[in-house]
Design a protein around this ligand. Sequence first.
Ligand code: PGA
Length: 243
Amino acid sequence: MKLLIANWKMNKNFDDGLKVIKTIRKKIKNNSNKKYIILPPLQSTLHIKNNLIKNDVIFGSQDCSQFKNGAYTGDISAQMIKKIGCKYILIGHSERRTIFNETDEVLKRKIKRALEQKLKVIFCVGESLTQYKQGNSIKFIIKQLTKVLDNNINFKQIILAYEPIWAIGTNVTPRMEEIDYIHLKIKETMKKKYNILKIPVLYGGSVKAVNSSDIFSLKNVDGGLIGGASLIASEFCKIYDTL
Ligand code: PGA
């Protein structure tokens, strides 16, 4: 199964979002080989769901609280996210790690909350430009994985996403062979450390219709996590066609 995830970030309010989804729904369909999942801001998800004639779009959330419930002003729990109808939660995106200072411990708790609610987790890892230039990408990514994931996790609920921070929103990507190699190394790590023989690993960072078919044809890449290009329905549909 190939996956294409649209991470809208803090974009697309109510009718803007609805318009994009309506166009996407008309143009592309999920099937048994590939599916797309949309992660709008949560209030837009509700609006979109309430205004679609047929509720056949798969939604996810871009984040969840590390806590179950209680006095946590501004937070939204995994349980609430499930109630909205989301099936997936993105955890560990580099913007959450850097701008919101989310540590490995926080990410661990978020994954736990999501899994308690039987939501699927898309867990992101990826190195900075400095680490990349120093040749430390793999070492850093393995550390990100092993600091957060443990053997108590139901790995059937986990999808991994490799997003080099320096490729996010920059129009640059690693070379194709570098992308494939890192995906391979992630899969090898999952096998060695957790005895997981099969886990989807998606690539994210400046995926566009012009480079998606090259990226998705790589042996170890199981789909994409799309930011900017997922805000334009026609572009997102073109990317889906190459999956
Ligand atoms: P981008 O973002 O596609 O705009 O580079 C990817 C992401 O942040 O998930």
